[in-house]
Design a protein around this ligand. Structure first.
Ligand code: CAA
Length: 281
């Protein structure tokens, strides 16, 4: 049973994971190397919880419970002390993830589950550089984490059955519906989701229709809750570019990043988080 959890990285995904862990009753620590990032995270998490309360989705005492269960720590050693599970939600870079989880492994017990929220990178590749790799699994959440029901549990070549099972149980405890997938590039979700996103960008590039019309096509014609370009703004263009580059290398031509995506990232148009992407936010 997981009772103490640390979440590494206070970006959008880390905030969401820390929020649901704390409101599910786990002793939770959110870690980032910058005090500013942690302070921003605190404000955004508390706003999200308040929104849930205002909408009648969360009980009135959720904010108080969150504040009691969630702490923030810039020190990477004390953040993970005595944890049963550490989830990393840092930038989509295999070397960085392996380095960070490798360092965590020095400061936790061999029983501590080491989970990566990667959207597409190899869990096997990360685990290979971490001592006792059987405890490394993928735990892929979706944005916005408190609302999206799915967790994709990724079984690496060396992931031990017992740790995969613990991850499934943890996902359920967090109120999520887990699926277990084999470690292949992009798993089940990013591989399919990105095909639509990249094709929508190519359609915009070649003038098939405007961003609003392409999104409306999928929202009204296919009942997607959000069109693929708006969704790219929500996920972050930089995040989608990193996934596309990886899948292009691993799977093939259908994932080649369109020029429009590269150019927008170069221009700092990263989507909702930067105030501008395919839309102005
Ligand atoms: N806490 C709990 N529940 C909340 C909440 C909160 N703070 N805020 C809103 N909710 C609830 C609402 O009450 C509502 O519930 P009901 O449907 O039961 O009424 C539901 O969540 C939706 O909320 P809203 O009405 O505020 O918002 P919306 O209807 O405009 O939907 C959305 C917003 C959920 C983002 C929706 O547009 C959507 O599902 N978009 C697609 C998101 C998606 O595909 N995400 C995956 C991205 S890919 C990814 O993340 C993986 C990766 O690796 C990059």
């Amino acid at each position: 049973m997981v009772e103490r959890i640390a979440v590494l990285g206070a970006g959008t995904m880390g905030q969401g994971i820390a929020q649901i862990a704390a409101t599910s009753g786990l002793d939770t620590c959110l870690h980032d190397l910058s005090e500013d990032a942690l302070e921003r995270a605190r404000t955004q998490i508390e706003q999200m919880v308040q929104k849930g309360i205002d909408k009648g989705k969360l009980p009135d005492d959720t904010l108080a419970e969150l504040q009691q269960k969630l702490r923030y720590d810039v020190d990477p050693t004390t953040a993970v002390a005595d944890c049963d599970c550490v989830v990393e939600a840092i930038f989509e870079d295999l070397d960085l993830k392996a380095k960070v989880l490798g360092a965590v492994a020095e400061n936790v017990s061999e029983e501590c589950l080491l989970a990566s929220n990667t959207s597409s990178l190899s869990i096997t590749g990360i685990a290979a550089r971490v001592p006792a790799p059987g405890r490394v699994v993928g735990m892929h959440f979706f944005n916005p984490v408190p609302i999206m029901a799915l967790v994709e549990v990724v079984r690496g070549v060396d992931s031990a059955d017992a740790h995969v099972q613990r991850t499934v149980e943890l996902a359920k405890r967090l109120g999520k519906e887990p699926i277990v997938v084999r470690d292949t590039p992009g798993f089940a979700t990013s591989r399919l989701g990105l095909v639509i996103g990249l094709e929508a960008m190519r359609m915009l590039e070649s003038g098939v229709a405007s961003a609003v019309e392409i999104d409306k096509a999928m929202e009204l014609g296919y009942r997607h809750p959000m069109g693929p370009l708006k969704l790219t703004d929500l996920v972050g263009l930089d995040v989608r570019l990193a996934i596309a580059e990886h899948l292009h290398k691993e799977i093939g031509e259908q994932f080649r990043p369109p020029a429009i995506l590269r150019n927008m990232v170069r221009a700092g148009r990263l989507g909702r988080k930067s105030g501008r992407g395919f839309y102005d936010w």
